[in-house]
Design a protein around this ligand. Structure first.
Ligand SMILES: [Zn+2]
Length: 448
């Protein structure tokens, strides 16, 4: 009960106390909060204390950055509750394999991020962090009163005590395991009739198809796309079938980073995370995040490899929090080639996407995978009545034109019949297996 009260306090606080009149007011607030937070971090985290030796800790942008690698290598000395990496991994893996998602150590929730094996991240969330997270997500995501009854259907690769904590007298919560067969989900959803649906877009699409086939009969009031990139084309399709705005939550292992407002625009959660920007071009950037509320596993100047595109126009909702056009992809979704002058060139996912989509209005779904420095594989789904060869030819021309612009020698474009997508994994429509190109590295491909 005490915990619920605490959560409700966080909810009210977040809902009503974080409206900033101007960007300046927000930035001043961030600065004050950071100065307070960093004192705590220096006192409690051995890693940060050592890492910032000789730096002025109140000058955020002068401090050295960290990334996932540094965080994981220094896991034990970075966290402020004395947890040990091996022990955490053991507990987290056990939970994932048994699919009983309640791993805790000393009252802290242990979570495992998705990723290739050997590259997985661990997160620790204390009881306090949890109440804060839950209050915050309810305040930002509900879009209507917390006293309205909700039935949440939550699809994800793994459940967690963290997500379960949104449960209350008014809010029911059911976890749907992405690894289970679709037909089971359809049956359960038909009985449960959720009012609030949260799922990766690849699952939302499967569900939408079931609705179109009259097998699934649900009409949630609020729908959130999570965990994967929501492509414009998929968003359009989903909004048509569900007859609702598709909202988005931008959440990473590193924290709850953004959410769409009532206008459907994605705002960064700058009321508790500072986003510095490492610009890639005039509107694309990699965020460097500093969460000034997370105490157990402090995230200070942490470089994410997500590519964000900022939106220049102001949002009519009046929020001064930065508006994001979209999360374009991760740095490893960028296509990498060698041009005629033997220089490395990178092409952002959006350009590949546009080259494909603009080739024909008949493309329902697509995927582009860079297999090597010289090979790209494309998958497209089209209406049966349309001439596949013609569309493939158009895509080839359109991509050739794009590569030409970058002075890239001819790339082999082949077409495959199936979408590459492993159930339970993230669907990536644009992805590259070429991780990086070392200088003069006899043009070999480096595979994941
Ligand atoms: Zn807005």
């Amino acid at each position: 009960m005490k915990e619920k009260l605490k959560l409700f306090r966080y909810y009210l606080d977040r809902k009503y106390n974080y409206k900033f009149k101007s960007r300046d007011a927000l930035e001043k607030f961030q600065k004050d909060k950071f100065n307070e937070h960093i004192k705590y971090v220096i006192e409690k985290s051995v890693f940060y204390r050592e890492y910032y030796k000789g730096y002025n800790i109140n000058n955020l942008s002068s401090l050295p950055c960290i990334d996932k690698k540094i965080m994981m290598e220094n896991f034990d000395s970075l966290n402020t509750v004395g947890l040990n990496k091996d022990e955490c991994f053991e507990v987290a893996f056990k939970a994932e394999n048994s699919r009983d998602f309640s791993p805790m150590i000393n009252g802290n929730i242990i979570g495992l991020s998705s990723g290739t094996s050997g590259n997985r991240g661990l997160f620790i969330i204390s009881e306090e962090d949890k109440s804060k997270w839950t209050g915050t997500i309810l305040a930002k995501a509900l879009k209507e009163s917390i006293l309205r009854k909700q039935k949440v259907a939550f699809f994800l690769r793994a459940n967690s005590n963290l997500y379960e904590s949104v449960k209350s007298n008014h809010i029911k919560f059911e976890f749907f395991d992405l690894l289970l067969p679709l037909q089971e989900h359809v049956k359960r959803l038909n009985e449960y009739k959720p009012t609030f649906l949260v799922a990766p877009p690849s699952m939302l699409i499967l569900l939408a198809k079931e609705i179109e086939g009259y097998k699934l009969k649900i009409s949630p009031k609020i729908i959130y796309s999570v965990a994967e990139i929501l492509e414009d084309k998929d968003k359009e399709y989903l909004e048509k079938v569900f007859n609702k705005k598709i909202h988005q939550i931008y959440q990473a292992t590193e924290g709850f980073l953004g959410i769409t407002c009532e206008y459907g625009n994605l705002h960064l959660n700058e009321d508790f995370v500072i986003f510095e920007r490492e610009y890639i071009d005039e509107k694309r950037f990699y965020p460097i995040i500093t969460d000034f509320e997370r105490k157990t596993q402090p995230i200070i100047r942490y470089k994410l490899n997500d590519i964000l595109i900022e939106k220049k126009e102001k949002c009519p909702c009046g929020s001064v929090n930065t508006c994001i056009e979209k999360v374009e992809g991760r740095s490893d979704d960028i296509f990498k080639f060698i041009n005629k002058k033997e220089e490395e060139v990178t092409i952002f996912p959006d350009f590949i996407r546009r080259a494909i989509i603009s080739s024909s209005e008949e493309i329902i779904s697509y995927q582009a995978l860079q297999e090597s420095l010289t090979d790209v594989e494309i998958y497209i789904e089209i209406d049966e009545k349309v001439d596949m060869e013609l569309i493939q030819e158009n895509i080839r021309l359109s991509l050739d034109l794009l590569f030409e612009k970058y002075h890239i020698e001819k790339i082999n474009i082949t077409f495959r019949d199936t979408l590459v997508f492993l159930q339970g994994n993230k669907l990536r429509r644009i992805s590259s297996k070429v991780l990086y190109i070392e200088e003069k590295l006899d043009m070999q491909n480096v595979f994941q």
